[in-house]
Design a protein around this ligand. Structure first.
Ligand SMILES: [Mg+2]
Length: 364
């Protein structure tokens, strides 16, 4: 594995499957293990095989709506064995922050699903029902039933002096019908009315990943997530390598334009990438190669993508359909700081055109 800057992440790949190269996977849940109520196809089986290969699993979620017990039961029901101690939620991290600042027994108004109030109680805080109870803080986390009344109560409390604490700021959560409003969108409603920026305690703050490393005693942890601005940035801040999966919020085009602090070390279609070899991206005097794919600089800063050799994956490629994207990312990230907007990608042969189409990237 290489560092976060030079050469770019993704360039080194991973010569053996991550399930063997790392000892603990710190797995995000929404968009990684499940999307909405359904498991990502094949992922429960892949995680079981990763465990057989020696990888231990910890679950680190910005979704505050469920208690660790509920999350563990949900995972087990989807075919991923898990106990409450294997789960760290952003509601727990928010409760820890509030207790450290205001002490056990402090009055706190929860906004969100049952996981928020449960985490506050478990941390020894006093859960109150409304702004009139004089809370020192409002802890706001995701809950699909949050509506106007809870938001109004939060606004009144914050305007009366309570600190607005957000378990996370994810604007979206993945669903089978595409992105839908996440906690960050509802936190923004409160902020728009109060004018007070919230204290955000979930990912990308490194506390949750650090807690998971501490609990598991991980020596070679790997963060697995679907969001650049929480999972991957949080991994960078915790000093842990990361695997981005494309089964959730992030698509190929967003990955290509990722800021340096949000670039993953590995990328895979989904968490089954824990079982696959990740080929390196090799640079040889102006071209970048990965598997059978080549990227060359084109006119006016464009990047030209082609499948160099016919007949599949002649250079030990991964076979997961992302080798061209790996080469594009390293080429893009090797250029000076992104300027002039998104890179223009030019497909120079039919396989490249099909690949760009598959990744949802309009050919230049
Ligand atoms: Mg996620």
């Amino acid at each position: 594995m290489n560092g976060a800057t030079d050469p770019p992440p993704l360039a080194a790949g991973c010569a053996e499957p991550p399930a063997r190269a790392f000892d603990v996977a710190l797995l995000d849940l929404d968009g990684v293990v499940y999307v909405g109520p359904e498991a990502v196809p094949g992922v429960p089986d892949a995680l079981a095989r990763a465990r057989t290969a020696g990888l231990r699993l910890g679950f680190v979620t910005n979704n505050a709506s469920r208690t660790p017990e509920r999350v563990a039961a949900l995972l087990t029901g989807l075919g991923v064995d898990a106990g409450p101690g294997d789960v760290i939620t952003s509601a727990q991290s928010a409760a820890t922050v509030v207790r450290e600042r205001w002490g056990a027994g402090a009055a706190v108004l929860p906004v969100g699903g049952p996981g928020v109030a449960a985490a506050l109680r478990a941390a020894g805080l006093r859960v109150v029902a409304g702004a009139d109870d004089g809370p020192v803080a409002v802890v706001q986390g995701f809950g699909p039933d949050v509506g106007w009344q809870q938001l109004a109560e939060a606004v009144v409390a914050v305007r009366a002096g309570a600190r607005h604490v957000a378990t996370n700021a994810d604007v979206t959560v993945p669903s089978p019908r595409g992105p839908v409003p996440g906690n960050g969108a509802l936190v923004a409603v409160v902020q728009a009315v109060t004018g007070v920026p919230p204290l955000v305690t979930g990912k990308p703050d490194p506390a949750m990943h650090a807690e998971c490393v501490r609990r598991t005693g991980a020596r070679r942890p790997l963060v697995v997530g679907d969001r650049l601005d929480t999972d991957i940035e949080g991994a960078h801040r915790a000093g842990v390598p990361s695997l981005l999966v494309l089964s959730g919020i992030t698509g190929a085009a967003a990955l290509l334009e990722a800021e340096p602090a949000q670039r993953p070390h590995l990328v895979a279609p989904d968490a089954a990438g824990l079982l696959a070899v990740h080929p390196p991206v090799v640079s040889d005097g102006g071209a970048w190669r990965c598997g059978g794919w080549t990227v060359r600089p084109g006119e006016a800063g464009a990047l030209q993508l082609s499948l160099r050799e016919r007949g599949g994956f002649p250079d030990g490629g991964s076979g997961d359909g992302l080798d061209g994207l790996r080469a594009l990312c390293v080429a893009r990230w090797s250029r000076p700081a992104a300027s002039g907007g998104p890179a223009r990608i030019v497909a120079t042969d039919a396989p490249a055109r099909r690949a760009l189409d598959r990744w949802g990237m309009a050919p230049g």
